[in-house]
Design a protein around this ligand. Structure first.
Ligand SMILES: C[S@@+](CC[C@H](N)C(=O)[O-])C[C@H]1O[C@@H](n2cnc3c(N)ncnc32)[C@H](O)[C@@H]1O
Length: 268
């Protein structure tokens, strides 16, 4: 039973996120905090689902482009339709390294993946790419001479402008072989109405105490992160509008529809 995972009384970001996605790996303290966050931003669950939906479509796109190895930065728990589930269903050879800096998520993730020989989870800080690429498990699983699929969904929201996110993106770009694809999604309130903007602000406040800080970016801020990469069509788009599945319903009525940008860039 996962309830023994560190302190069950302390809400945990990965488990809160799992709750939003309808997963089974969350505890009462997580659900209580999730409800508190949800009461200030009612579209929170939808936002998590739209974000994960983009991740899934990006992974499927990458597999179709011939990518067979993935680095998922700030992955949270490897459940609820996460990278290895999508990639290995499309190509059983696909290998995945999940990275999170949060020990509870990593401990639980390792347990979830223990029977999957092609997916591992490592504890590392995505803001330190040199350390990450020197990590023995990363070196063992990934061949950096071949194209890589890098997922940065819902993670740059934790990296403030004072931490040089553009430089960080460049470091990943430089470490990746040509043909690699980098997917990123980012919380944004640029296209939200005034009431939703206020709710986003309140949500950022409500998250305090669980994580350090959330950083919201506009489209120009997201485009800046892709400097030096070639954006694949349709470029930077609202999350549900990035290559939507033909049969998918786009939730245009939900405020969450406007709360995030997504894009995939190619390393030339
Ligand atoms: C909102 S969840 C996103 C989960 C998943 N990537 C998705 O898009 O569905 C963000 C995760 O990023 C992790 N995280 C945030 N900053 C990180 C960092 N600097 N290094 C590694 N993990 C980080 C958090 O612990 C959390 O599990």
């Amino acid at each position: 039973m996962f309830a023994t995972e560190l302190d069950p009384q302390t809400p945990n970001i990965a488990r809160i996120y799992d709750y939003y996605l309808g997963g089974a790996f969350n505890l009462p303290a997580d659900r209580e905090r999730a409800a508190r966050i949800g009461s200030v931003l009612p579209g929170m669950e939808m936002l998590a689902r739209l974000n994960r939906g983009f991740l899934r479509r990006a992974v499927a796109f990458m597999v179709d482009e011939g990518i067979t190895q993935f680095l998922d930065l700030g992955s949270g728990l490897p459940t609820a339709g996460n990278t290895h589930e999508v990639a290995q269903a499309r190509d059983p050879r696909a290998k995945v390294v999940y990275v999170d800096y949060e020990p509870v998520a990593v401990a639980l993730g390792r347990r979830i993946l223990r029977d999957n020989p092609r997916a591992v989870m490592v504890e590392a800080d995505a803001r330190r790419p040199d350390d990450l690429f020197a990590h023995p498990e990363v070196r063992e699983v990934l061949d950096l001479d071949r194209p890589l699929g890098v997922l940065m969904t819902g993670v740059m929201v934790f990296v403030g402008d004072h931490e040089d996110p553009v430089g960080l993106m460049k470091a990943y770009r430089d470490a990746c072989a040509p043909g690699s694809l980098i997917a990123l999604s980012q919380l944004s309130d640029e296209q939200a109405d005034a009431a939703t903007k206020a709710q986003v602000h309140a949500m950022v406040e409500a998250y305090k105490g669980v994580i350090e800080q959330l950083y919201v970016r506009d489209r120009a801020g997201v485009e800046a992160l892709f400097e030096g990469l070639t954006l694949v069509e349709p470029g930077v788009a609202l999350m549900p509008e990035w290559r939507p599945r033909e049969d998918a319903e786009i939730p245009t009525g939900s405020p969450a529809h406007h709360l995030g940008y997504a894009a995939v860039g190619r390393v030339d």
